[in-house]
Write a protein that binds this ligand. Structure first.
Ligand code: SAM
Length: 279
């Protein structure tokens, strides 16, 4: 029988190294937000007199060439036949995800997240970047939790992260709102399912997963983002346990934080996770 207590595993590593160690058909829902390579299309930061500039260049990690095609085989291998795959993406990469995924699944579609408070464009030279796309795909008999037509719109609205939800240190330029992630998790997975986010950032998918009593595996390359995500996810799980008075849950994934440069071929997933998979 599977260890019912295993809830989360957060790893500071390169997902390329982690994903190949995940067994076949192990994941119920891949919900992820990979780099968009948008900085290449940016007109640069906009300097405003007397104010901080508007940051159009996302981050250094966004400049690293990201090829959707390189991830597809492994995503398919680890996803259960009943699983769902949702990928945040942008206009410049949507077609690439479609081309490499659509023919591999029974169905594909997309969702829109409309940001009600996008960064303003003071010179009115184009559209606001107020929409983000999520490429979605699945096979017949996948998990799908809708009870009414109203719940089935592929359009969601929320402000971008701000206020107390927005981390200040480290500040992640693309931190996603928990409300949007929860909506997707509720529709595409069940309680105790395993959600995998190989590009975890500051752990927003993990926080949403804990709030909804799902299990979570998250991987993030940047140590400071990973650490911030780990703390958020742990706090959320503890809070969840308190609310549910289930003191039996244990916090796994505490094993040595892995820095990708130090990993060698002998590296393996934490024992608790391996045991969970091998039961
Ligand atoms: C768009 S952000 C994700 C933000 C996240 N949704 C959040 O709410 O915080 C993409 C993240 O992927 C990370 N990343 C890029 N390549 C990676 C890799 N090969 N393995 C693990 N993480 C990676 C980047 O450091 C960045 O934090």
């Amino acid at each position: 029988m599977k260890d019912p207590n295993w809830r989360k595993c957060v790893l500071n590593a390169d997902s390329r190294d982690i994903i190949k160690r995940i067994p076949d058909n192990a994941i119920d829902f891949i919900l992820t937000d990979p780099p968009y390579n948008l900085a290449k299309h940016s007109t640069g930061n906009i300097n405003l007199p007397g104010r901080s500039s508007i940051n159009n260049n996302l981050a250094d990690w966004d400049l690293v060439e990201f090829n959707p095609e390189e991830w597809v085989e492994e995503f398919l291998r680890i996803l259960k036949p009943t699983g769902n795959l949702f990928i945040f993406t942008s206009y410049n990469q949507l077609g690439r995800w479609y081309n490499c995924l659509d023919h591999r699944f029974d169905f594909s579609n997309f969702m829109i997240w409309h940001k009600t408070n996008p960064v303003p464009k003071i010179y009115k030279a184009g559209f606001l970047n107020s929409c983000e796309m999520i490429f979605t795909c699945w096979n017949k008999r996948h998990t799908w939790n809708f009870s009414s037509q109203d719940e089935m719109h592929n359009f969601m609205e929320s402000p971008i992260c701000s206020g107390s939800e927005r981390l200040k240190n480290p500040k992640h330029p693309t931190q996603k709102p928990i409300s949007i992630l929860k909506r997707m998790i509720e529709m595409a997975s069940n309680e105790d399912d395993i959600i995998f986010d190989p590009f975890m950032g500051v752990g927003s998918t993990g926080v949403a997963a804990m709030q909804l009593n799902r299990r979570f595996i998250g991987v993030e390359l940047e140590p400071q983002y990973c650490q911030a995500g780990k703390l958020r996810i742990e706090a959320e799980l503890e809070d969840f346990m308190r609310r549910r008075s289930k003191s039996t849950y244990t916090l796994f994934g505490e094993s040595p934080t892995m820095v990708c440069e130090e990993m060698d071929d002998d590296y393996s997933l934490p024992q608790d996770l391996l045991q969970f998979f091998s039961y």
